[in-house]
Design a protein around this ligand. Sequence first.
Ligand code: GLY
Length: 399
Amino acid sequence: MKKIIIYALVAIMLSACNNKPKQGSSDFLSVVDSAFIFAEKQSLLMAQKYETQEGRLPRTYENGKDVSSDSRWWCSGFYPGVLWYLYENDKNPEVLKYAQLYTDRVEREKYTTDNHDVGFMLYCSFGNGLRLTGDERYKEVLLIGAKSLATRYKPNVGLIRSWDHNKDKWQYPVIIDNIMNLELLLWAAKESGDSTFKAMAVSHADKTIKNHFRPDYSSFHVVSYDTITGEPHLKQTHQGYSDESAWSRGQAWGLYGYTYLYRETKDARYLEQAKNIAKFVLHHPNMPEDYIPYWDFDTPEIPNTPRDASAACIMASALVELSGFVDAELADEYMKVVEKQIRTLASPEYTAALGENGCFILKHSTGGYPFKSEVDVPMTYADYYYLEALTRLKKKYNK
Ligand code: GLY
């Protein structure tokens, strides 16, 4: 009898620790599967569209027109990344062919030293390609890219410099988005055995906690450092509503950034930071019920202002990962949010019809609202983090 009680208690404890979704979400899995099926069809149409346009990559679809870019645009790696996530989900050789083709279009960015975005460009394209194929050539590209990114680190400031423009205003601008590009450095440290890459990433992450975040764990967009003292001399916005506001995608970058920084370093401070950012965004009074944020949490135009689906996608992907690092109660809260976000994004309100929306998957992202640039349009990075979130969900559910 005693034994039976002990077995029962162990079973109850094990089920309490289990972060897997409940049975009730089985229809949610079919939403995820259908989203993948549609995404593959739509993204193949995109691949065919640009196949013969040498060097071009999709950027957005605005005012009824396709907008493409060359590899210099900060988003060049996202569309190849979309194709890699599709290939991971369904080993379709046609998808592989296009993933390789569009990844190669980004290769020259391995020499980029004039902005921090080389991390986005290469890690989303070549990084996923390496993970899924083990292609040694991809490894070489990533290592050269990491060295290029590292040239932007100034030891007495202790951070990677994000931008070189607006030199009259900012001495050494660092944007919250930059937290995303440290993943390439952490990968390079592991791959090469050169711990300098990791030291740079950790210093950047630590100084960002110190200087980019407010007491409520919202973040500034741009912090510019004094190049002599290494201390901030300005805290401002560029794409947000105001210097003091919480620009939604910036909050999403921070959440995602500290989540993977915890995964890679196991430093509990990064986990705390991610949890605190999650608390700020998920409990913000201006967060809509469907958890697709407006482009800035503090714009007085809410609710008559565009959403930013890309911020929701980045948050969803981060929250799936973060849910694996926290207790069952918090994991449950995060996964309920993710489910709402994905159901909303997968609905016709956000998912395009086949062949429409410039062949992008999702609608309603916002790039630079203050300069009326890319407002309420599709974006490669929304599609990329959406597919990453779906991939992470499938892995979590099928464990
Ligand atoms: N990294 C630029 C943006 O998030 O718009």
